[in-house]
Design a protein around this ligand. Structure first.
Ligand SMILES: Nc1ncnc2c1ncn2[C@@H]1O[C@H](COP(=O)(O)OP(=O)(O)OP(=O)(O)O)[C@@H](O)[C@H]1O
Length: 358
């Protein structure tokens, strides 16, 4: 069988070794450049299969289609989670040695880009027929250790934790690579790009970024900071060590159960919910007062109040439902994290209504 041929229904005797690797860092830190180099090197030197899922390639068109204006963070969150669902479908196919099925409901444009991403990297067969909604994997995908690199900024721990949870669900390896690049260098590189981001965005992200903290968070244990622009080869030994360790030490289910119990206990804590409720309520009423003081039109004020209350309700529901987004700090809900995320989304909404005044 040639490389890239279909392996319909093929079952490997050994369980497939899989690692999810999160790349994080500021915009223009060099993540995509590094991911490409790493893929090439791992394929050539270690004979691994490597897939890079660059969020920029898979998400923007879909996002723009759905949200013609600039999307809210809550929309990004949904798209990020949908992309993880897609990835889960691919992982299931690799683990079970079967064809990948399409999720029943999905953002079509994003799914299409995801399929292209996998085909281009010889992970699903280029002969896959879209209409059948079944995608045969290639031999490459199922016959070697497989590293999936998720290339995005992942600047909050909570974003990376979602990937960790996926790795844990299927007992996969998990590691994080932080592209440690000075803010000034990122700004310079960004300015030279054909479509630079506003410098302000990079500054803001620089203030907010939560670097992997293995000392504090056990789940971030397999993390490595890659100095940029230093040559990656300097860190090669450490990097190889990290990747092999992650590959050989998948996250165990038993940890999940213990952790899950603890998580459930914390989610059930009405105390935290009560505190969150009180604090978000205060933020909403303070924001309304400020909007009034700044002469927002009454009609816009009414809509703003409705939207902020809806946002508050969504946040509380997320906490009640046990959305683990907030459970990334030693398995405790960090109220400060909830509040800062709420502020971020609230500010976007307020900006939207003020921009309507002009
Ligand atoms: N080590 C390096 N030395 C010099 N320039 C680099 C280096 N790595 C990347 N660059 C350049 O910096 C720019 C940004 O790189 P890249 O797209 O890899 O960053 P990124 O972190 O993936 O950005 P984003 O998060 O915005 O997608 C590119 O023009 C790239 O050529």
């Amino acid at each position: 069988m040639k490389m890239g041929e279909d392996v319909r229904g093929a079952h490997s005797e050994r369980p497939q070794k899989l690692v999810l690797c999160v790349l994080c860092g500021l915009p223009a830190a060099g993540k995509s450049t590094f991911a490409r180099a790493l893929r090439h090197w791992l394929q050539q030197e270690l004979g691994w299969a490597v897939g890079v899922v660059a969020y920029d390639d898979v998400m923007p068109e879909a996002v723009l289609e759905k949200a013609s204006a600039s999307p809210l963070p809550s929309q990004w969150k949904l798209f990020r989670q949908e992309l993880l669902k897609f990835l889960e479908h691919f992982l299931l196919a690799v683990i079970n040695g079967c064809q990948m099925s399409a999720p029943p409901s999905k953002t079509e444009a994003m799914w299409k880009d995801f399929i292209t991403c996998l085909k281009d990297q010889d992970l699903i067969s280029s002969a896959a027929v879209e209409a059948q909604a079944l995608y045969p994997l290639t031999k490459t995908a199922v016959s070697r250790p497989l590293l999936l690199i998720l290339d995005d900024n992942f600047y909050y721990q909570s974003m990376r934790y979602e990937v960790y949870q996926l790795a844990r669900k299927y007992s996969l390896g998990f590691c994080q690579l932080f592209l440690d690049c000075a803010l000034e260098t990122c700004l310079q590189r960004n300015a030279q790009r054909p479509r630079p981001l506003p410098a302000e965005t990079i500054h803001q992200m620089g203030n907010k970024i939560e670097k992997p903290n293995p000392e504090k968070n056990a789940w971030e244990h397999h993390s490595l900071a890659i100095q940029s622009p230093a040559c990656a080869s300097e860190a090669r030994l450490k990097l190889t060590d990290l990747l092999i360790t992650a590959l050989e030490n998948p996250i165990k289910h038993v940890e999940e159960n213990l952790e899950q119990k603890e998580t459930d206990r914390l989610i059930g804590s009405t105390n935290i919910l009560h505190q969150a409720d009180q604090t978000l309520r205060r933020i909403v009423s303070q924001t309304m007062k400020e909007a009034k003081d700044e002469q927002m039109f009454p009609y816009n004020l009414k809509l703003l109040a409705e939207e902020l209350n809806k946002l508050k309700a969504e946040f509380l529901e997320d906490l009640r439902q046990g959305n683990k987004k907030y459970l990334c700090f030693q398995q405790t809900i960090d109220l400060a994290d909830v509040i800062s995320f709420f502020h971020y989304e609230k500010d976007n909404i307020v900006r939207k209504y003020f921009s309507k005044q002009h």
